[in-house]
Write a protein that binds this ligand. Structure first.
Ligand SMILES: [Fe+2]
Length: 381
């Protein structure tokens, strides 16, 4: 619908796109650099130059039903999303909802709770979910998807988020390798199901907020075998072996089978990289989350042994290309732009600000990679 015609009153808005934002994200004292509208975008609530007060906004919104959203122009949207008044949690929630990550995560959570595996654990039943994951990869900027992946998660969402993230990361890698669509889907499916055996591990071990004992570790390490058992006879070898071998290493030091070299299949090699990346950027009970740039560096420096080096390099080169030119929040509380990410020193990118370029160091570093304006989210392919 053409929003120009939808508007009423004397206000004549320029033809710029409006974005929906929860009104609760505005704060007292915010000086509007641009107009804000009601939830349909039809009515001007406050013109630019005005200072927001919660009570005034409440009163204005009260006239237009109980919808708690407002509409603002893209620039204002980005400004509010990335302002220090907006908590990273609120920002994240908005973004996850926007790209449909929340919806996917809930679907996966619902499935993984079901113990009637025969009813849903097959390629046909999972096809719509795989299509939905693949459509995110086609329609959204990878950095937008990655910011959902990178965000710390509550313990009870661990398995569903991890499974979705590994599915998305597998799909990204498959596309970067220019594999045919069927192979992309197979790797997405493999990522989604690689840890399905964890649904058979007791909750108190799976979500233990501490390091596991030797005995518990042995139970935990059986999960690839359980995954394999659940998938056997229902999925092809690419999916099954990605599940069984995603903790194996090329040097034979992995588990559960200790396979090495050529015995380790392609789908398992890809899934191992996605699995490690997601584990490192997510918050766990006994360690903090890491920034993507730090994890890129760890991958380059081979801190995780037994990965396929050429696949790691493809992964890093593509990640580097997508994070270049992104806005970042620096440790001094001001914004900058990533100008260059050295492949062999990814955690010390060159940052541009006010026409100057400077490399980060221990005293001046990236704190957060900021979301792009909504218009930039869509790849438009
Ligand atoms: Fe696993």
């Amino acid at each position: 619908m053409d929003r120009e015609n939808e508007r009423v009153g004397t206000h004549k808005a320029p033809a710029r796109q409006l974005q929906t934002l929860p009104a609760e994200l505005l704060w007292d004292g915010l000086v509007l650099k641009d107009d804000i509208f009601n939830h349909t975008g039809a009515v001007l609530l406050l013109p630019k130059g005005e200072t927001i007060t919660k009570s005034r906004l409440e009163k204005l919104m009260g006239f237009y039903g109980d919808d708690r959203n407002i509409m603002v122009y893209e620039e204002t949207y980005l400004e509010i999303m990335t302002d220090e008044h907006t908590s990273p949690e609120a920002r994240q929630k908005l973004m996850e909802k926007h790209i449909g990550y929340t919806h996917l995560q809930q679907n996966i959570g619902d499935l993984f709770e079901r113990r009637d595996y025969d009813a849903w654990l097959n390629r046909d039943k999972l096809a719509p979910l795989i299509r939905e994951v693949a459509s995110k990869l086609e329609n959204f900027d990878p950095v937008m998807i990655l910011s959902c992946i990178n965000f710390p998660r509550p313990m009870d969402e661990g398995l569903q988020r991890h499974s979705l993230n590994v599915a998305l990361l597998n799909g990204m890698q498959a596309e970067w390798l220019e594999l045919p669509p069927d192979d992309v889907n197979t790797l997405v499916l493999a990522g989604l199901l690689h840890d399905i055996g964890k649904t058979m591990i007791p909750e108190e071990i799976l979500n233990a907020p501490r390091r596991l004992t030797a005995e518990e570790t042995a139970v935990m390490r059986a999960h690839p075998v359980y995954s394999d058992q659940l998938l056997a006879g229902k999925f092809d070898d690419n999916v099954r072996l990605a599940a069984r071998h995603h903790h194996e290493k090329l040097n034979g030091k992995g588990y559960p089978d200790g396979v090495a070299g050529d015995e380790l299949g392609f789908s398992a090699r890809i899934t191992a990289i996605s699995d490690i990346y997601d584990a490192m950027v997510s918050a766990r009970s006994y360690k903090g989350a890491r920034l993507p740039l730090d994890v890129f560096d760890m991958l380059y420096q081979e801190e995780f042994d037994g990965l396929d080096r050429s696949l790691v390099i493809t992964f890093l080169k593509n990640m580097r290309a997508r994070y270049t030119n992104r806005q970042v929040m620096m440790s001094d509380g001001r914004r900058g732009e990533i100008l260059y990410i050295p492949l062999n020193d990814a955690d010390h990118p060159i940052i541009g600000r006010g026409g100057e370029a400077r490399q980060t160091d221990e005293a001046w570093y990236c704190k957060e990679i900021l979301p792009a304006a909504e218009g930039d989210y869509v790849t438009g392919r």
